[in-house]
Design a protein around this ligand. Sequence first.
Ligand code: SF4
Length: 493
Amino acid sequence: MKIVVANSIGVDKNGYHIIHSPSRWSEGVKSKYHWFAYYPWELAYASSLLKLNTDYDVKFLDGCLERLNSNSYCERILKEKPDFLVMESATRMIDENLSLALRIKKAFGTKLIFTGQHANAFPEQLRALGVDYVCIGEYEYTVLELLKNPQSTNIKGLYPNERRALLDVNELPWPEDADVSRLSYGCPGEPSSEYLEVQMYGSRGCPFGCSFCVARNIYYNQSNWRPRATDKIVREITHLRNKYPAMEGVFFDEEVHNGDKGFTMGLTSAIVEAKLNDLKYEAMCDVRFLDEEILRAMKKAGYYKLRIGIETASEKVMQGINKRMDAPLVRQRLQAAKELGIKTYGTFIFGARGSDETEDTKTIVLIKDFVQNNLLDNLQISICTPQPGTPFYEYVKNNNFLRKNVRFDEYDGGNSALISYPGYDYKKIKKMKEIALSVRDHYFLKAKINDSSFQPWITAIYRRYGIRGLFFKMLRRLKTEFGYQCRKLLRSA
Ligand code: SF4
């Protein structure tokens, strides 16, 4: 039996290059110089499980990595003549992914298995449109059990049955690295990753419960944090390093890499003991689990950048998104990391529950403060997108805050503003995001010119993206700076 496990289409019908990340939020970028591919980890684990536990002919394909549009991807999948097609889609790409899957079904009678954020939110709708099976929540073992016994109807995690218990992360095999190379996702790589890094996972889950979070609310449906055994992580790094001599580092891209002090201390010392601390590590972290001892251990193990979800400076928004973060603690931890020479990356959202112009302005002021004081090296600024299936989506829908007639492809974490609150409509939210971007870029540019890191920065962009990439990136920077200066002039007029 032939199984194709396929990531999303990589270029949409409007020419957007898709940065697909259904357990967070997917987005499209017009310029290929802003594109990169996330390793589709849940699908990649499912693929490995199928290869290891069945005799089926399993093929893993990634339309995002190969930058395939609907037609070229369809041709690619058709060549495989699959009996089953497994896809994970975010709402952003569901229309095109579904229509692609239905073309495959029409050609070969292929059975369609859909998983992920959109399938969780609209299982009945997908089945009515021709999807044969919908897997709910964390789906790797559900897909395996289903494909071992497609006639069975009482599989946990298979809609409409109840969810299955959260999986044991230590039972998972290493994810797919045969039909795609894990190293290829590092090239050009996530823009803030400074080395040729493999995306890896030291844990899974998050003990917190932000209302907009897809992973927490849709994939897991509960607070949880599951670390892998440190020896297994170290073995995986060693294996990858031996397989890919060009590999320079690891990006631990799970929800919260440092969810427990014992785990972080154990992993960092295991990395040092295995002499893997000459690699460069970056990780998604939570400041609430960082202290100076942990930061020192991370530095010693080769961690060069920590990524932190700061989200907002507003107490009201913190409450709205159900995040409890002590602002002075954030500053103190960022400061401590920087003093040790660890770089920092912060994420911020605009238009979240509880926001208005005044509250989101506080976040812009904080961004300026952190950049001016060299507390953050990179900042990600997004509009808080109500991904279907999350409590945040239910909130905006039930209160009629969602714009009318929103298309599925507008659920884009980078481009669209979909919410209008009373007195703070989607246009204002979009404008606030743009102001935040221009403030960020202006103060970064100023800092780079002042501390003479401007030239190394330009050289790094040139090396990574070539002369055309450098040109387009600089053009974009000039546009943002122009916007910043115009706003300043208008304010002073
Ligand atoms: S802290 Fe991050 S991973 Fe955890 S619930 Fe909030 S957004 Fe999700």
